[in-house]
Ligand binder design. Structure first.
Ligand SMILES: O=C(O)CCC(=O)C(=O)O
Ligand SMILES: [Fe+2]
Length: 325
């Protein structure tokens, strides 16, 4: 079966290769998801090796008992950084199945000293340099993709990157996830259907289970697996890009289910970086897309409460209570 999303080479994007840049735009206008092949680039190799080391750290940190992990709990409705135990994500699953995934969310601002840090377990604090390089590289790849998309849309290449400045306080974070093996509760779901909140997500996983909704008209509404591909990250856009482009670019719904066959019987890990607009960025449609009218009202888009235009910081405070992504 052919993969449901395109595979685009980072090296081609770095070289502004026209067909790769056009494919990135096409992928973001349709699925909002694509594979990014990281081979043959310095930054890609460094991200791949960092993701492997973060996978090892995930094994260690999640192996502790719940009491150890919950000492570093995130505070629902206040901050999304820290530990989230399994079963606490707002459920959007039609059968209300509990999620079986625990997270550690590690703020970019905490590892780079942009904001005062919070408590994290020693497995995380003792590897600060790794978290620093991973977050910096992942953000840089995110900025490359955002500038490719802007250029392809014939707007200033800085239109999106200027809303995601690394050195400014933001909700950017690295997430380590662990889904328990699917043996105890056959009915459980890994992560219920959601869209990501920010601008762009860079995802590393090693086992199947991630699904997006099929874009094949014959299979409308059906879920399709996006399998891990060696040396590739999975890229997807979040709701902020839907707002900035008035729905021209998509943030696709996705979920994690137990992988089919033997893969479902083992623990599953993923390493994620979420690029989010910096806190003071204004969450409004860029001028160039205003003529699209109501096009921005697409399924899955986060609709904040309240009148007027909000900043990303205010958006995030509202979204924090949902604890999705
Ligand atoms: O683990 C995965 O493959 C996806 C994780 C995800 O969608 C999220 O953390 O928002
Ligand atoms: Fe997600």
């Amino acid at each position: 079966m052919s993969p449901p999303i395109a595979r685009i080479s980072l090296s081609d994007l770095l070289a502004s290769e026209p067909s790769a840049c056009a494919s990135a735009l096409e992928a973001c206008r349709t699925h909002g998801f694509f594979y990014l092949d990281l081979t043959a680039t310095t930054i890609g190799s460094s991200l791949l090796s960092a993701s492997e080391r973060l996978l090892q750290i995930s094994h260690q940190v999640f192996d502790h008992d719940l009491e150890y992990k919950t000492k570093h709990d995130l505070v629902k409705g206040v901050s999304l950084f820290g530990y989230k135990r399994a079963g606490t994500v707002k459920s959007t699953d039609p059968n209300l199945r509990p999620d079986t995934t625990e997270f550690f969310n590690i703020a970019k601002d905490h590892v780079h000293g942009v904001a005062t840090s919070r408590s994290y377990p020693p497995e995380i604090t003792e590897n600060k340099e790794l978290f620093q390089s991973f977050t910096k590289d992942a953000h840089e790849v995110g900025m490359l993709i955002l500038s490719v998309l802007a250029t392809q849309l014939n707007i200033s290449p800085h239109s999106f990157t200027s809303k995601n400045i690394f050195s400014k306080p933001s909700g950017d974070h690295c997430r380590l996830t662990h889904k328990y093996a699917h043996v105890s509760d056959k009915h459980a779901i890994g992560l219920p259907s959601h869209t990501d909140f920010g601008s762009i997500t860079i995802l590393f996983n090693w086992l199947g289970g991630l699904q997006i909704q099929s874009h094949d008209p014959a299979k409308a509404g059906e879920w399709a697996y996006v399998q891990p591909v060696e040396n590739c990250a999975i890229i997807n856009l979040g709701d902020a890009m839907v707002t900035f482009t008035n729905g021209m670019l998509k943030s696709a719904k996705h979920r994690v289910v137990p992988a089919p066959g033997e893969q479902g019987e083992v623990d599953r890990f993923s390493v994620v970086y979420f690029v989010r607009p910096h806190n003071e960025a204004v969450m409004e449609t860029c001028e160039e897309f205003r003529h699209l009218g109501e096009g921005g009202k697409v399924a899955g888009k986060f609709e904040p409460e309240g009148e007027g235009v909000l900043t990303a910081g205010e958006w995030m405070r509202q979204r924090a209570v949902q604890l999705g992504s």
